[in-house]
Design a protein around this ligand. Structure first.
Ligand SMILES: Nc1nc2c(ncn2[C@@H]2O[C@H](COP(=O)(O)OP(=O)(O)O)[C@@H](O)[C@H]2O)c(=O)[nH]1
Ligand SMILES: Nc1ncnc2c1ncn2[C@@H]1O[C@H](COP(=O)(O)OP(=O)(O)O)[C@@H](O)[C@H]1O
Length: 223
């Protein structure tokens, strides 16, 4: 019997652990983890129109205009019509949520509520491997050798938008744009909110929720 394809979204401010939680879900349940930030970064430098436009916004830590990110995401989703998927970082505005409504019916929306102080601390300790998008945190999941990526040995960098001076403004903007999106999904009864300061404490609840919709391929501890 062909099971229904799961359509899920993880919402949360920058630094809330969306990428971390999505990676765990993807491994534990065999879903495709689709990160809007990662797609945008991959489109940079490719010579395409979307990449050139996106670069100017990414460098300043600003949200990319709806029509740009929506075009990128729709193209990626079109390629994955036959797969279970989980969106990380999209939609972030009501306009994006409406565009998503046009192509699918969401089953599940996970919202991560993390205190502001925790977000600030995490973002300023976040280092990334630009080529792969692998994310480290100097406290939570440090690289095996300081300053370099575990798999390639290449140097890690701090994104400009994660520097302390950029973080507060970015979090404020996120909140303004995300509020109507959260309200929309709440009114449909598909929103599930998780609050806390540690991903490891939130994880068992997220795992429990997903397990009620799709059979796991790994146990809760294995992720
Ligand atoms: N200290 C700490 N850091 C965490 C925790 N969960 C995730 N992180 C780190 O916080 C940063 C932001 O997480 P990420 O998954 O990239 O968040 P996103 O911006 O919402 O996708 C990364 O450096 C993660 O490794 C946690 O529970 N504690
Ligand atoms: N849905 C979106 N709408 C507009 N801009 C986006 C969207 N997703 C990602 N971006 C852009 O990509 C950047 C990086 O996104 P992401 O990797 O999700 O990191 P973070 O969760 O830390 O914001 C954002 O700061 C923003 O400029």
């Amino acid at each position: 019997m062909a099971s229904k394809l799961l359509r899920a979204v993880v919402l949360g401010p920058p630094g809330s652990g969306k990428g971390t939680v999505c990676e765990r879900i993807a491994r534990s349940f065999g879903l495709q983890h689709l990160s809007s930030g990662q797609f945008l970064r991959e489109s940079l430098g490719g010579g395409g129109e979307a990449g050139a436009l996106a670069q100017q916004y990414l460098e300043r830590g600003l949200l990319v205009p709806d029509h740009v990110i929506t075009r990128v995401m729709m193209a990626e989703l079109e390629k994955r019509r036959e797969q279970h998927w989980l969106l990380d970082g999209f939609p972030r505005t009501l306009g994006q949520a409406r565009a998503l409504d046009g192509i699918c019916q969401l089953d599940l929306v996970i919202s991560l509520n993390i205190p502001f102080e925790t977000l600030k601390d995490r973002l300023s300790a976040r280092w990334v491997h630009p080529a792969s998008g692998r994310v480290y945190n100097m406290d939570f999941n440090p690289p095996q050798s300081q300053g370099v990526d575990d798999l390639t040995g290449e140097p890690l960098v701090q994104r400009d938008e994660d520097r302390p001076e950029a973080v507060a403004a970015r979090l404020r903007k996120y909140k303004d744009a995300a509020k109507p999106v959260i309200e929309l999904y709440k009114s449909r009864g598909i929103l599930h909110s998780f609050s806390g300061t540690e991903t490891n404490k939130i994880w068992p609840y997220v795992y429990g929720l997903l397990s009620s919709r799709i059979p796991p391929i790994l146990s809760e501890e294995e992720h």
